[in-house]
Design a binder for this molecule. Structure first.
Ligand code: NAP
Length: 294
């Protein structure tokens, strides 16, 4: 990781340790976001990245218990496996069968999923959009899309159409929204109040040779909010097309910051210093070379 170390990083025997597990992990922004927050809050906490290969999540949680690690962020490929390993799941993590955050509660490890709440917080703070009663289209049906569908349903969206190239996955994601979820078609984007790209198209140059979006951006228009979960680059071809169509664009960095903020709240009980976290993330992304987040 490049960039200045947070001022508080004098790690001592009394420092509380949290971390992120995944593989690959070298480009995770979790330590950047959380260490910036600990610094701003003056907490004697530190976040470190642990590369945990596929199939080793159980050993990582055993290590967490033995070492007294206070919390873990969880990223690919471990989100589903960790959901089977913790002692208890929150309702969101149970519905998604995926955990992005492990919280220590006494001797118990609790699995939480903050991705969907992070998206809705980013939507509300970034654009003022209230999902209540809204018609929404979610492009993609992977882990991120599923979290967004569940959170939009929880926030009162009236209709959530999932558009995905693999139909069975679209149906499974739409089912998370109950009767307000359905498998959609690209044409649904025309009548939607909110259109969310939850595919990786546009990420790090992906799509530069083929499609630059999962639906034709000519379906977008003023009055809509158009979101991309991709945050590198900060402005994707999808967001550029949304702006050109007169829609309100929302990039993926807000979701990243808000899901990390929610994790921090789970671990520390403190409100997250969002400005410090945002600044750290943008600084780190700007310092990346070779087109990847550093
Ligand atoms: P995932 O589980 O692998 O799901 C990817 C989804 O995108 C699948 O539904 C897949 O369709 C679809 N897809 C992939 N390539 C496609 C293509 N070329 N054309 C059409 N559809 C395509 O991934 P994920 O974890 O959900 O992540 C999706 C994106 O969200 C990634 O870019 C990730 O970086 C981003 N993300 C951002 C945040 C944030 O905080 N901002 C958080 C999580 C994820 P099939 O089902 O047909 O395979």
């Amino acid at each position: 990781m490049s960039g200045p170390a947070p001022a508080h990083l004098a790690v001592t025997a009394s420092t509380t340790v949290v971390g992120v597990i995944g593989d690959p992990i070298g480009h995770s922004l979790s330590p950047v976001l959380h260490n910036a927050a600990f610094g701003a809050l003056g907490l004697d906490w530190v976040s470190v990245a642990f590369r945990v290969p596929p199939g080793r999540a159980a050993a990582a949680l055993t290590g967490m218990r033995a070492l007294g690690i206070a919390g873990l962020s969880v990223t690919m490929p471990h989100k589903h496996e960790v959901a089977r390993l913790v002692d208890r799941l929150t309702p969101a993590a149970a519905r998604l069968e995926a955990v992005n955050c492990v919280v220590r509660s006494g001797d118990e490890l609790v699995g939480e999923n903050t991705d969907g709440a992070g998206f809705v917080a980013s939507l509300e703070r970034g654009t003022g959009f209230d999902p209540s009663g809204a018609r929404c289209v979610v492009l993609g049906a992977g882990g991120a899309a599923r979290a967004v569908v569940l959170a939009l349903a929880g926030a009162g969206a009236a209709d959530i159409a999932v558009v995905n190239r693999t139909g069975a996955k679209a149906a499974a994601a739409a089912a998370l929204a109950g009767p307000r979820g359905r498998v959609g078609a690209p044409a649904d984007a025309v009548t939607a109040d909110l259109v969310v790209n939850a595919t990786p198209i546009g990420m790090g140059g992906m799509g530069s040779e083929g499609a630059t979006s999962a639906v034709d951006p000519s379906r977008l228009h003023p009055g809509q909010v158009v979101a991309d979960l991709v945050y590198h680059p900060l402005v994707t071809p999808w967001l550029r097309a949304a702006s050109e169509a007169g829609a309100t664009p929302l990039g993926g960095l807000g979701m990243l910051v808000h899901q990390a903020a929610a994790q921090l709240r789970c671990w520390t009980g403190s409100d997250a210093p969002l400005a410090a976290m945002w600044e750290a993330a943008t600084g780190e992304l700007a310092s990346g070379e070779d087109g990847r987040p550093a």
